[in-house]
Design a protein around this ligand. Sequence first.
Ligand code: CUA
Length: 340
Amino acid sequence: MTVRALASLLLLAASSALAAVPAQNALEPHGVQALAIHDLWRLTLLVCTLVFAAVLAAFLYAIWRAPRSKERTAPDVAVLDQPEPKLRRPVVIGVAVSAVLLVVLIVADFVTERRLAHLPLKDAVRIEVTGHLWWWGVRYLDDEPSRMFSTANEIHVPAGKPVILKLNSADVIHSFWAPSLHGKKDLIPGRTALLHFRTDKPGVYRGQCAEFCGFEHALMAFTVVADPPEQYEAWAARQRQPAPAPVTDLQKQGLAVFMRSTCAMCHAIAGTEAGARLGPDLTHLASRSMIASGTLPNTRQYLAAWILDPQRFKKGANMPPTPLSAQDLNALMAYLETLK
Ligand code: CUA
C-alpha cells in the first residue's frame, strides 16, 4: 500500500471520526472542574496580556523619545559629564506591580486548586482507567463484584453525578485529558492516581492521551459520554450483561472463528470462553461508536479492515494482522455485530 493511499485513508477516517465525536476544546468547559481551570486561564491571559501591552508600550515610548542622530552627527559627549538619570522610581514601581500581579496569580491558583479538590463526591461513580500502548482499559468498580464490568476507550458517565477515576498504567506513562471536563492527570505504572470530575451537561466529550508514549501516542484518544442519569443506568445495566449467545448459523460460525483465531488470545467476551485481557474487552463492542481508541468509526467496513490489518491504520499497535478468508471474515463480522 502506498503512502498516498494510506494518507487518504487516514484522512477519510479522521473526517468520519470528527463527524462521530466533536473535537476537544479546553476553551469550552462543560465540567465543574474544567470551568474552574478555565476561569484561572482567563485571569492569567488577562494579566499576561496587560503586562505584555505595558512592556510593549514602554518599549515603544523609549524608542520614540531616544535622541535622533544622523551618520555625520558628532557624538554627544556632554551627557558623559551629567549624572545618570535616576531610575529608582520606575524600577520600584515595576517590581511592586510585578510582585502584586504574581501574588494575585498565586492566590488565584490556590483558590482554583481548592475548587478542584472540593468537588462533593457523594454517590460517585468509580471507574478504573488503565493506559495501554495505545488504548484505554475501562473498568466500572462496585462494592458488589457482580456489578463490575469492563469496556474500552468509551467512558459513559451520568451527567450531574461526580465521577472518581482511578488511573494507572500497564506499560509506560500516559496522561488522561478530556479538556472540556478536567485538566490532565498522568497514569504512571505502579501507581494509582485519582481524578474527580463532574459534568452537568449531557454530551460527548473527546479526550486524548497527553503524554508522549510512543509511536501511536497521537492515536490514543477516548470519548466520555455523559448520559442523563436514567439513560446511564440503562446503559450500565446492558453492559453488565454477558454477550448474547449467537443465534444464526453465521453468527455461531463467527464465534467459532473468533475462538480459533488469534482474537481470543488477547480479547475477552463475557459469556464466552474468551477471557484474555491483553486487548480491549469486546463484550459490547457494537455499542461503541469508535474502534482502535478513537482512530476509526465503528462501521462494518472499518472493523473488518482493522481486523485484517491493524498496522495499516496504527503502525506498531500490538494487535497482529489476522488473515481470514472472506467467508470467515463475514461470519466474524456477523457475530461481532451482535455484541450490542
Ligand atoms: Cu498514551 Cu500518549
